[in-house]
Write a protein of this length. Structure first.
Ligand SMILES: [Fe+2]
Length: 282
C-alpha cells in the first residue's frame, strides 16, 4: 500500500510502498502529483530503474523536455540527463553545476514545472540536494518588500554578465553557446503564481539573470542575494540525504534548489535527471 508521510512541517514528503515500474492507476498518479504540489518536494523510496524505466516513471508527472546542452544527454535516452560530479566543460574545467540556489532552465519561455532525479552513484556521505520552499519564503517577507518585488521581471540569458564578471561561477560551454547563439533574453516573473493552487513564490536562477527589468546587472544580483538571505530560512529547506533507490522531485513553481559539494571530490556522485514540461510562468 502506498503511503505518503510529511518529512517536515513546511517542505518535503516521503512515498513508500510503491514500485513505479508497475502500472500506476489514475487515482494514484493524481495523489502523487498533488503531493508534489502540496509538499513542494517528494522522495519516492526503494525504486530500481534502468534509464528507460526512470523516464517512464518521471512521465507520471508530465511530459519530459529536452535540456539546453544536448551533448550532455544520456546517449540513446535524450530525455535523461546525467548530473555528474566529475562533469567537465569541453576546455577540461571541472564545474560545480547547481551549487547556488536556482531554478532550472529559466531561459526558456516554458521552463520545467518539475525536476526529477534518480540516484545512480553516491558519495559515502554528503552531496545532499537541497530544496527551499519559496512559497513559504515569499509569504514570510515583509509586506513592503512584497509590494516592491511583485510585478518585477527578470531577463534571463545563459550566463548573466554580472556572474561572468565574477569568473569563478560560470561554465565556459554555456558562455560559448551564448556567444554563438545570442539568444534573446526571456522575461520571467520574479514572483510567480503556481497555477495548481494559486500561491505565489520567488522564482529565479541568479546565474541566468542578466538583470531585473529597469535595474542594472550588479544591482539586480544584490537584490536577488538579499531575497535569498531573507526567504531561504532553515525551516523552509528540505536537505535530501540520498539513498540508493531514491527518486526525488520538486515543484519548480514553488521552490529553488541547490546541490551540496561537501564530499571527497574523488568520489563520484551521479544522478539522472528528467525535466517535466511546464506552463508559461505568470
Ligand atoms: Fe538545477
Amino acid at each position: 500500500m502506498m503511503k505518503i508521510t510529511k518529512l517536515s512541517p513546511n517542505v518535503g514528503a516521503e512515498v513508500t510502498g510503491i514500485d513505479l515500474r508497475q502500472p500506476v492507476d489514475e487515482a494514484t498518479r493524481r495523489r502523487l502529483n498533488e503531493a508534489v504540489v502540496e509538499n513542494v518536494a517528494l522522495v519516492v523510496r526503494d525504486q530500481s530503474f534502468t534509464p528507460e524505466q526512470f523516464l517512464a516513471a518521471a512521465t507520471l508527472f508530465g511530459e519530459p523536455m529536452e535540456r539546453d546542452l544536448k551533448d550532455y544527454s544520456l546517449p540513446g535516452v535524450p530525455f535523461v540527463h546525467p548530473v555528474s560530479s566529475h562533469h567537465k566543460s569541453k576546455d577540461g574545467t571541472r564545474i560545480k553545476v547547481g551549487a547556488r540556489w536556482h531554478s532550472d532552465h529559466t531561459n526558456h519561455l516554458y521552463p520545467p514545472k518539475y525536476t526529477v532525479l534518480y540516484a545512480v552513484e553516491l558519495p559515502e556521505s554528503g552531496g545532499n540536494t537541497n530544496v527551499a520552499n519559496t512559497r513559504a519564503g515569499y509569504a514570510a517577507l515583509p509586506e513592503d518588500i512584497k509590494r516592491r518585488i511583485d510585478g518585477m521581471q527578470t531577463a534571463n540569458v545563459i550566463v548573466g554578465s554580472a556572474v561572468r564578471a565574477q569568473k569563478a561561477a560560470f561554465d565556459s560551454d554555456r558562455v560559448k553557446w551564448q556567444e554563438r547563439e545570442k539568444p534573446e533574453p526571456v522575461l520571467q516573473p520574479l514572483v510567480r503564481t503556481n497555477p495548481d493552487n494559486g500561491t505565489k513564490a520567488l522564482y529565479f536562477h541568479p546565474n541566468k539573470v542578466e538583470n531585473i527589468v529597469g535595474m542594472g546587472p550588479e544591482e539586480s544580483q544584490s537584490l536577488l542575494n538579499d531575497l535569498l538571505e531573507r526567504a531561504v530560512k532553515p525551516e523552509f529547506v528540505y536537505s535530501h540525504k540520498w539513498r540508493m533507490g531514491d527518486m526525488f522531485l520538486w515543484d519548480n513553481r514553488s521552490a529553488l534548489h541547490k546541490a551540496g559539494f561537501d564530499y571527497d571530490e574523488n568520489q563520484h556522485r551521479l544522478l539522472h535527471r528528467v525535466l517535466i514540461k511546464g506552463e508559461r510562468p505568470h
